[in-house]
Design a binder for this molecule. Structure first.
Ligand code: CP
Ligand code: NVA
Length: 321
């Protein structure tokens, strides 16, 4: 199996590559000693153009646990893309650090960063996708339900969204069927090319991809109900009231949860706003596994870093489930 050089989108990763990160993440979680000192002397540069809690903390804490170091670099303090080209930033940074993780607005900019860098580059979220989140989500679903193949995940709300896009890609590659529930219109539906590619991968993994306007139809037969903010980082505040009106029918409520399969779990990448994309009763209720999901960012990303930096420890056989 050839290892990918970067993680820009999961579209570039084979199901086997994704599977190997999931396996290692689960091994690290049960045997954290496997990761000790694996990245001693290694440095991760973290470039942030948007806010973050989980991504920053999980990468920083992850590097510490593996004996390495992480640098936080906010683009508020920089000349990225203006006085200094993205390519020169990539070339210069590659002389100091072993890996670059970037959270940017424009997806094209992370592609340019990766093309010019001589070290691995990780997409820590762009307007287009959020692959690190979905690696952690796949770990979380498998951990909670004991399997990926045959699971149905329903995503409700803003489907023209980085998290939805990466869910479409990651789930369809790994045999998780996905039902989307969203308003009609190109501002709310997934990018057509991402949807079309997901439908093709789903055929290969014997899963399916469905899109509904009716939230009740979307949750039918679902084992996982997933939602995300209606106000992603790049959305201007003046669109808030209009978007609340548009997305309100897709709010995840206890009633909606009860229409899914018995035992269905609730997931959210966080940050979440109670009373908007889900009620407090749902996110604070027994079906919610959102903080396990948040924790799994660390295990999935540690596994990812070890893969990209060619430091995969000897893997004991992982027991599924
Ligand atoms: N889920 C996630 O990426 O969270 P942050 O925006 O806090 O990093
Ligand atoms: N869709 C959200 C995800 C946050 C982790 C955003 O881009 O703000």
């Amino acid at each position: 199996m050839t290892r990918p050089r970067h993680l820009i989108t999961l579209a570039d990763w084979s199901p086997e590559n994704i599977e190997s990160v999931i396996r290692l993440a689960r091994n690290l979680k049960t045997q954290p000693s496997l990761q000790e000192n694996q990245l001693a002397g290694k440095t991760l540069l973290q470039i942030f153009e948007k806010p973050s809690l989980r991504t920053r903390l999980s990468f920083e804490a992850g590097m510490t646990r593996m004996g390495g170091h992480a640098i936080f670099y906010s683009l508020r303090d920089s000349v990225f893309g203006s006085k200094e080209s993205i390519e020169d930033t990539a070339r210069a940074s590659s002389r100091f650090v072993d890996c670059i993780m970037a959270r940017l607005f424009e997806h094209e900019n992370i592609v340019r960063l990766a093309q010019a860098a001589t070290v691995p580059v990780i997409n820590g979220l762009t307007d287009h996708s959020h692959p690190c989140q979905i690696l952690a989500d796949l770990v979380t679903v498998e951990e909670a339900l004991g399997r990926l193949r045959g699971v149905r995940l329903a995503f409700l709300g803003d489907c023209h969204n980085n998290v939805t896009h990466s869910l479409l890609t990651g789930c369809s590659k790994m045999g998780v069927s996905i039902s989307l529930g969203c308003p009609s219109g190109s501002d709310y539906e997934p990018q057509p090319e991402i949807l079309a590619a997901a439908k093709k991968w789903a055929l290969e993994s014997e899963s399916d991809v469905r899109v509904f306007q009716d939230p009740l139809q979307a949750v039918e037969g679902a084992d996982v109900i997933y939602t995300d903010t209606w106000m992603s980082y790049q959305i201007p505040e003046n669109q808030k009231n209009r978007r609340i009106e548009i997305f309100r029918p897709y709010q995840v409520t206890s009633d909606l949860m009860s229409r899914a399969n018995p035992g269905a779990i609730f997931m959210h990448c966080l940050p979440a706003q109670r009373g908007y994309e889900q009620t407090a009763e749902v996110i604070d209720g027994p079906a919610s596994i959102v903080f396990d999901q948040a924790e799994n960012r660390l295990w999935a990303q540690n596994a990812l870093l070890l893969n990209l930096l060619d430091r995969t420890p000897e893997e004991p056989i992982a027991s599924k489930g």
